[in-house]
Structures are given as C-alpha cells and as structure tokens.
Design a protein around this ligand. Sequence first.
Ligand SMILES: [Zn+2]
Length: 161
Amino acid sequence: MTIDWDRRTCARRGHVTYAPDEPRLRERLYADTALGTAWRCLRCGDFALGDPHGEGPADRAPLVPRGKGLRDVFVLRFLAVERAVRGVFIALVALAVWRFSNSKDAVHRLFDEYLDVLAVLCILLAKRLFGLRGGHHAFEQERHSASPLEVEETAAVGARA
Ligand SMILES: [Zn+2]
C-alpha cells in the first residue's frame, strides 16, 4: 500500500486552488459544473467546487509541496517531535539525577523507568506515522470477524421469509 501524501494532506487541510490570469492556463484549471464552478487543486489535481482561493499571474501562484516533498515534510516533522521527546527525556533524567544525587540506586531505577516510557512513546509515534499498514490490516480483520454475524443475520432473514 502506498500513501497518497497529496490527498492525505488535502483531506486534512483542504484543497489549494488558484486562478491564473493567463487564459491558456486558466482554462486547464477551470471547470464549469452543474453545481457551479470548480477549480483544480494545485496539490492533488482534483477539482474542488467553489471560488479559487487566490488569483493572479501564474508565477504568483502559491508553491504547494507535493508528493515526495510532502512526505519529507512529514518525516521532518516526525524528527522534530522525536527531538522534542528526547529533550524532555534528558530534562527529566537531569532532574532525577539532581533530586536523587545522593542515592545511586534511585537514579538507576528512575533511569530505567524513563527509558521504558521513552520506548513506549517512540513505538506509539512510529505506529501512528508508519502504522497505516497495520491499521489497514486490523480494519480488514475486524471486517472479517464481523462477516459471520452478517451471514447469520442474512440466514435468519431468509428463514423467516
Ligand atoms: Zn487537493
């Protein structure tokens, strides 16, 4: 399964449409539909109903990160979160060392505890970001586990009829 970063981002933040002044470009991005005008999204390429979010010369159009660039933005954000988590972790360890500096045992215990917490956080983050496959798998399993019930229900309806 590949991730469509463009559509994923559009689903979360909405489409980005723009009406260029150049008629040649304009007519390629514009569609007249039964529900009104639609403009082509600069990110995912789908047509979105409604007025464009901006207009002007084509070279003034907003630069929209797409595809691989967009994925890199996600990865960079993940690394930033990872760094923040690590920063908090180091601060906690420093605090623990400072508070329990006269008890070597306590420091060790705390260090182990915080390592566990960090591991869990990392797993959760990784799952959230890269666990789409697992999520899909779980979804499929849920669907399959529900199907015998459906079969039973259908059979009951059939028997009653
Ligand atoms: Zn879009």
